[in-house]
Design a protein around this ligand. Sequence first.
Ligand code: ADP
Ligand code: GN1
Ligand code: MG
Length: 351
Amino acid sequence: MNFKSIVDQFQAKGQVKKIASFGGGHINRTYRVYNEDPQCPDYLLQQINHEVFTDVPSMMDNIQRVVAHLTGKDDNYKMLALIPLVEGGIYFRNPKGEYWRMFTFINSLTSFEVAKNTEQIYEGAKAFGNFLHHLSDFPTDSLHLTIPDFHNVISRLNIFRKAVEQDSFKRAAKAAFEIQYAWKLAEEMSAIQKAGKNGKIPLRVTHNDTKFNNVLLHCNGGGGVVIDLDTVMPGYVHFDFGDGIRTTASVAREDEPDLSKIQVDIKRTAAFINGYLEGAGDILTPIEIQYLPLSGALMAYIMGIRFLTDYLSGDVYYKISFEEQNFQRAKAQLDLAKKLLERKADIEKLL
Ligand code: ADP
Ligand code: GN1
Ligand code: MG
């Protein structure tokens, strides 16, 4: 089966001009379908990673209901548009067992790996905050758990411990410093999970992957369209707020090899906080707000131990583009967690 015959399964308009790989996600395979017909849109075709998302029908059910809830809720809030199949439904499974879906390609907007300026950060954060706000009346319990315990740091530490013990690729010795550092922070990093478990933090509908490249924007901000809805499920606001801080507070890339370039920029951090709180409105409780300053460090820490786990396990989960990229990502994220913790008091003052 070639790409053209996959595209033909969907109610796409116009004629395919070409299909090319697109975007920098770590999980799915994404393609842009260029349209020959200038009157018709381009499309974004995705092959869903069904090793990561083992229950694709449930995941697509979450996405369809969340998109329907958000579409038209607020004229200023734009949402992704799913393209249905000719035969009905919103995803296609080919004879090889691959799952495919399609969205309208939004070519007036772009995703940025590293935000260019504070205006962009503010607008992206506002879109993520709005997402939480507009879903606050959605029945949280009705969502499927696409990846159970996705941001449960205690479960992540258990998986990490096993990977270190097994050391199947004999990489633990090389990562001894990072492994030891991860354990040093474990207790402090468990605070949000414990407060949630004790009923102090409400479960909401969260996006759970609010890294900055998952919001489409104009160059100078504006236009915020939240994408990558695969992990929408019940969670704590800290997962979304924290992942936004993780990916905007520093200008360094997620896998920056020079740790001296990883620095918390307070103006960028303030832009994220102001945008997110503006978007979320007045729904957050005092205890949720109290834990927000810790959440950026928590999300950097979770990513650090996940990248390290994957490195120790032989790079089976995240796409890598060079040898040891997961180790480099882990070092950068653990360093970022440390620096965000050091600036926690400064971040508190911004709230
Ligand atoms: P992944 O789960 O692999 O991160 P995403 O859904 O985030 O996949 O898509 C990968 C990239 O494709 C995004 O970072 C973004 O650049 C681009 N993208 C996704 N959806 C659209 C869209 N509807 N219009 C334009 N670009 C998009
Ligand atoms: C993955 O799909 P993508 O690239 O937006 C991962 C996130 C991590 C992120 C780190 C399903 O997100 O949890 O935060 O990489 N998604 C999944 O960059 O594991
Ligand atoms: Mg993505």
